[in-house]
Design a binder for this molecule. Structure first.
Ligand SMILES: C[S@@+](CC[C@H](N)C(=O)[O-])C[C@H]1O[C@@H](n2cnc3c(N)ncnc32)[C@H](O)[C@@H]1O
Length: 334
């Protein structure tokens, strides 16, 4: 999934740096990805550590991580994926009614056919789950497969803050569910859907990886449609874009972010803490160094990084094409 702040490309740098500091053999370590998003960093470490704890305040992210992180045993999914790809589209569902042009909604996040199909697939997954025909593990696996497939045919420039007037090429393609494959292993992992600053008070471990938002863009607004497909609840979509109510993250607000971050570090019961942040974030590298240094031995690793594409169109006064990505490191005092 093309996600703001995704660490897909940076994950080798993150893994290398973490191993250089915390040791190459992580097999007995508990690793926490507290702002997990797509779950890519947790997925990299799932193969290396004893346990991954994964968390994000957005529900779509919780669904993805319940699958990619928490699922670790083989699932018999083939007939269900095939079944979903074969379901008959319906015209009475929430997505078609509110987010497709043909229903008269004046919104075009999906082609009419794809909207109808998303509704049919989403409802089928829920029916299987409430009839106990599928396990919770399979439920999150199928929902993740749907989220990934829907995202591929979404008629947006990149995020769901707006839709395009004309159906773009990829949005004209028929939605097709591919199995959202996860890594098999022998260990149990844990996934939460909580505010990071509340959760941190209740967990502990060895390595804490932090990747909070670094600017004002709220994920709940930018990915509202993924939450709507994942939750499939009933509400009245607002305005031109059909937004749902969403929680605002304190990490996206200049005033207060430093205090929120400081509290997080103070309450963290982890030996090593790593923070990904870039040089254009709401907190400056200097602010971060000052906060982290209060709690132990501080260091930093840097890497140049190509900016996320959406920045170029949404925020034209940025001139840099690449940006500096920082991995701030803290070895916390006991
Ligand atoms: C930069 S993204 C993480 C990207 C992730 N590392 C990846 O590679 O996909 C930041 C994430 O923090 C989440 N988030 C924002 N505020 C939060 C909070 N207070 N508690 C938990 N998660 C939060 C957002 O939903 C978003 O998924």
């Amino acid at each position: 999934m093309n996600y703001i702040g995704s660490k897909l490309k940076l994950s080798p740098f993150i893994k290398e740096t973490i191993c250089a500091v915390a040791g190459k053999d992580l097999s007995q370590k508990v690793f926490c990805d507290l702002f997990a998003g797509t779950g890519i960093v947790g997925r990299v470490f799932k193969k290396e550590v004893r346990q991954v704890i994964s968390n994000d305040c957005e529900y779509y992210s919780y669904v993805l991580n319940k699958n990619y992180i928490e699922n670790h045993k083989r699932l018999d999914f083939r007939k269900y994926i095939d079944g979903l790809n074969g379901v008959k589209p319906i015209e009475t569902g929430f997505i078609y009614k509110n987010y497709c042009l043909g229903s008269g909604s004046k919104r075009q996040y999906f082609s009419d056919d794809n909207g109808k199909k998303i509704d049919a697939v989403r409802q089928k997954i829920e029916t299987w789950s409430s009839n106990k025909e599928i396990s919770k593990n399979l439920y999150y696996f199928l929902l993740s497969s749907l989220l990934e497939a829907a995202d591929k045919v979404a008629n947006t420039a990149s995020v769901y803050g707006a839709f395009l007037k004309k159906l773009k090429k990829s949005a004209q393609k028929k939605i097709f569910l591919e199995p959202a494959m996860f890594d098999l292993n022998a260990n149990e992992h844990k996934v939460y859907n909580k505010d990071a600053n509340s959760l941190i008070k209740t967990i502990s471990g060895d390595i804490l990886y932090l990747d909070p938002p670094y600017n004002e863009r709220q994920y709940g607004a930018n990915y509202h449609l993924l939450n709507t497909i994942a939750k499939y609840d009933d509400f009245i979509p607002k305005g031109k874009t059909g937004l749902r109510d969403y929680e605002r993250s304190s990490y996206c607000v200049k005033k207060g972010v430093a205090k929120e971050f400081g509290d997080l570090i103070e309450n963290a019961k982890f030996k090593y803490i790593f923070l990904s942040y870039n040089n254009e974030g709401l907190m400056s590298p200097k602010d971060i160094k000052a906060i982290m240094s209060k709690y132990g031995k501080y260091g930093v690793a840097k890497q140049r990084y190509q900016r996320f594409k959406a920045d170029k169109t949404e925020n034209r006064n940025h001139t840099a094409v690449s940006t500096q990505e920082y991995l701030h490191i803290l070895q916390k005092n006991k």
